[in-house]
Design a protein around this ligand. Sequence first.
Ligand code: DAH
Length: 346
Amino acid sequence: MQNILNTIKNNALREIENIKSGDEYIKLEKKYLGRNGEFTKAIKDIKSLAEKERPIVGKIANEIRIDLENGFNKIKEAVLETAGDIKGSVFSFDPTLQSKKQEIGHLHPTTLIQNELMDIFASMGFMILEGPELESDYYNFESLNVPKTHPARDMQDTYYIKPDKKLCSSQIVLRTQTSNMQVRTMHEYGAPLRAIFPGKCFRNEATDVCHDNSFHQLEGMIIDKNISVANLIAVMEEFLSKVFKRELKTKLRPAYFPFVEPGFEVDMNCIICDGAGCPSCKNSGWLEMIGCGLMHPNVLKAGGIDSEEYGGFAFGLGTTRMIMMLHEIADIRLMQSGDIRFTKQF
Ligand code: DAH
């Protein structure tokens, strides 16, 4: 058996060396390695060998197969290099045939808006930081003036992760807001500071046209001396006018967020229905764009900053919602649907 295989190998290698065209190559490959090729047929007999011999001959057969394949590959390359006069079908190449079109993808609208916002805020001197999506209950809630029993937790129900008690003593959650970066950043950089935190957030939501269980936000904050609501309004107006590149109706109204005092909401007129009322704006004609306010002294304290000396403001906006406004998208669920007919439009 071994002799048979070796003879096949020697004959094949000798013949391979003399290949001069693609046609010859195909014929020879079929002769030895094809379904009824000499080598293919010969190795079928291995299974009838004695049990002891089978692995030995099997191994040799494998080595021979590799030698043959290498022989064919080598000659293929050599012949291809001087391919000009060879007409065999494996080597034929027609330069006039139209090539397959490669479609070029592009960034998702969420990434595009995030990049644009980062540019705007960077030009105003803000650092850009990313935070963890798996967050401790402390940074996501407690440090932001939202203790365990606080009613504000109802609005931000999330997914709770069973912590590995050996690694972590705190409850871990999928963060509900990019505000989780407020106290983290104070701990890291101290005062004064100016930073934005774009990223993904999660909530345990019953989904509908304006709610999804994961979405993107951008949080920002300034901590410095003598910060007032006037500074806050100036920054909000500056960046909204840059993003929407048009005249917008906005209004600032008081709102409650546990980590700011006083707190506000910046609303803008719904550009899907032009203020007439539609499902996207819950028929109010207005869209809540930005939550904001002056930093609560308890939060500054949690961040190790003296609230007598420093103040600041924070703001948070849904970038997902912002894209919906910019492109007049009526259903938030399209954003992460993965439907290429949707994403292709941006
Ligand atoms: N984190 C809030 C939310 O997800 C948004 C927010 C409101 C952020 C007010 C702020 C703020 O920084 O001051 O609903």
